[in-house]
Write a protein that binds this ligand. Structure first.
Ligand SMILES: NC(=O)c1ccc[n+]([C@@H]2O[C@H](COP(=O)([O-])OP(=O)(O)OC[C@H]3O[C@@H](n4cnc5c(N)ncnc54)[C@H](OP(=O)(O)O)[C@@H]3O)[C@@H](O)[C@H]2O)c1
Length: 323
């Protein structure tokens, strides 16, 4: 009997896996990116790595913004070889959880790059089991997933505007669905209950609200801002650093039924290059389609409050504002 049960489980898992992959959105655009400059944060693994690979294969100059230089250099070499040196792939140091690192990275870009057409805010972590703070006094999940990208995007806005039409894509997640409140006075869980899942979900909600406010601020500039949920993707995110048993279980489930990173990168690539997305802004994409978010994630008031609180928390300087 156990053999039959085992066989039935395998059939069900394989069927779900095939169905999930079959219905996953794909980027069919053949757009080339010769002469275009792209930044992908967190390009040393997973979705970011496959995004960088695809954009390099289209001829772009791809700047991989990564925290672990040794790991990233190896990945860059692999991408250059696998794409037959079609693009120009470079690695630069960026730790999105550290404001000084973000400022150093952005200032070097502003000094050395004449143009920037696509910014992909992809780097991310799941929250550690207990609340941890960075040296800037920010909760580490919020710092890595939201604040670092908030500051980076602000600092690069002038260059993106100068290079318009240009696009900003920020990786969010369907985990924002489980967040039912956002307190702009307690973004770092000063007064609210912390858990790994709430921190991750909140940071991903912030990615959407940040995009919403950004798209309003950028109206008429030729720079678009959209957020993306990549789907359930089997990547390193569930295995590194300190993670809860729940995340560990999610990782195991995603091995069985999730997309691989190449498929998981398709929605980001679609929003970054497809002609059909030209001019579309302030939207949330799932499986390469514009998708409705939760009520909380659509709140323009909350988006503005988040923006204002984030400016204070990253100590955004007047010369760093370009909207
Ligand atoms: N996988 C999924 O099912 C899923 C679902 C929804 C949303 N997402 C989102 O997709 C994005 C990519 O995740 P992934 O699944 O591809 O994870 P991943 O394989 O772990 O890749 C994450 C990337 O972010 C980098 N990173 C992490 N912390 C960083 C920091 N402080 N500074 C700079 N880079 C940092 C990692 O660098 P290292 O290589 O040095 O670790 C890695 O390159 C994340 O924003 C995630 O929230 C993923």
């Amino acid at each position: 009997m156990w053999t039959e049960i085992g066989a039935a489980v395998v059939v069900v898992v394989v069927a779900i896996r095939l169905l999930y992959r079959w219905q996953s959105g794909r980027c069919y655009s053949l757009a080339t990116l010769h002469g275009k400059t792209v930044i992908v944060t967190g390009a040393s693994a997973g979705i970011g790595k496959e995004t960088a690979r695809d954009l390099a294969s289209r001829g772009a100059r791809v700047i991989m913004a990564c925290r672990n230089m040794e790991k990233a250099q190896k990945v860059a070499t692999e991408i250059r070889v696998s794409t037959n040196y079609a693009g120009d792939v470079e690695v630069r140091q960026l730790d999105t959880s550290c404001l000084a690192s973000v400022r150093a990275f952005a200032n070097r870009i502003l000094k050395e790059e004449k143009q920037l057409h696509i910014l992909i805010n992809n780097a991310g972590i799941v929250g550690p089991p207990t609340r941890e703070m960075t040296e800037d006094g920010l909760e580490v999940t919020m710092a890595t997933n939201h604040y670092g990208h908030f500051l980076l995007t602000n600092m690069l806005l002038g260059l993106l505007k100068k290079s318009a039409p240009s696009r900003i894509i920020t990786l969010s997640s369907d985990s924002h669905d489980y967040v039912n409140k956002l307190n702009p006075d307690s973004l770092n869980f000063e007064r609210d209950y912390y858990s790994s899942m709430t921190a991750y979900g909140q940071s991903k909600l912030c990615n959407i609200l940040f995009t919403l406010e950004l798209s309003q601020k950028l109206e008429g500039t030729g720079v678009t801002a959209n957020s993306v949920h990549p789907g359930w993707v089997d990547t390193e995110i569930f295995y590194k650093g300190k993670i809860t048993w729940f995340m560990w279980v999610c990782g195991r489930i995603f091995i069985l039924i999730g997309k691989d990173a190449r498929l998981g990168a398709q929605p980001t690539i679609h929003v970054a290059v497809s002609d059909e997305v030209e001019g579309v802004t302030g939207k949330y994409f799932v499986d390469c389609k514009v998708t409705k978010t939760t009520e909380l994630a659509q709140s323009k008031k909350l988006a503005r409050q988040l923006w204002e609180a984030s400016e204070v928390d990253v100590r955004l300087q007047p010369e760093e504002k370009h909207y």
